[in-house]
Design a protein around this ligand. Sequence first.
Ligand code: 13P
Ligand code: 13P
Ligand code: MG
Ligand code: MG
Length: 368
Amino acid sequence: MAEGKTTLSVIKADVGSIGGHIKPSQRLLDRVAEFIEQEGRGLLTDSFISHTGDDIAILMAHNRGTDDEDIHRLAWDAFLAGTETAKEQGLYGAGQDLLKDAFSGNIKGMGPAVAELEFVERPNEPFLFFAADKTDPGAYNLPLYLAFADPMHNTGLMLSPSMSEGFQFTIMDVTHTEGDRIIELNAPEDLYDITALLRDNERFVVESIHSRTNMEECVSVATSRLSLIAGRYTGKDDPVMLIRTQGAFPATGEILSPFRLGHYVAGYMRGSHTGPLMPVKQNSSISFFDGPPIVSCAAFCVHHGKFTEAADAFDHPFWDHVRDHVSQKAIEIRTQGFSGVAMLPYSELEYGGIVERLGKLDTKFKVR
Ligand code: 13P
Ligand code: 13P
Ligand code: MG
Ligand code: MG
């Protein structure tokens, strides 16, 4: 930890939900909030608890740096306390994302999703906290590419001298589980290399982005894939993301711009389908076909480690229009049920059931 720096840590997990994979109960949310309030005293400068679909996110400000054991343990213990409440209430999937029995120093690789940024606060420090449900970290690939590398969405790349150097993308191969396999590529020179990787949302995922004007980190994405940790389907990865905005970084509206596409992502029902990513209001639940995949965005300023209230970035009449369009896309792809691109390819099918089924059928095939 460096003197005078602020750290933002967001750690999210699904530890139980009402009526299927829809939303956590109020008692569960209250329990997690109460735990953070009590046990975070002296550790945190501020915190903010919210849910997106069935996932609870704990957003924390502190000055202990990224990967801090005490901060990660606090979140882990809060989710354990929440799991107790979920069990008492008989919630569905109690403790779903807590994949390991004992905390071992860093919450990464244990199930919960983590995104963290450490920086010296600017006099005004706006940032965005994104949380998605019923999808995986690759869902952010296209919006990040468009917001940080494409003047069709980020006209500041042309207009603002402080962004004229472009951005450095750090991209992770999430199928490599023995250590982090990463590559650093620069926009604009390496655009075609960046897109060649980012087209494959299930394998190559943007992990972070740095400004090339000041080499400061402005994006941090939770990259964990639960099935690769657990070795089987336990739920979708439902990624969180933090983005610093304005000044040397894109304006908030430039970051939001690509989310109007409602592009098709992996997830939806049973984590096994293709569905459009719908930008929703804070604390939204899940419905049609365990979806559609959703993303929320809370905007804040942080000052001396304290948050302003959250501004709900997708709570605006403009996004109602987008949501209608995305609903249409959600219905459209569901018209073809299990066929072709409506369902994920075999390599991505998260349910063991079909693997067993095809295994049995395999023995019945004859070669004529
Ligand atoms: P900054 O250059 O201060 O980030 O603001 C740009 C802007 O006007 C946003 O649209
Ligand atoms: P979650 O990963 O959000 O728990 O959803 C799991 C699922 O199978 C939905 O159909
Ligand atoms: Mg769930
Ligand atoms: Mg979820």
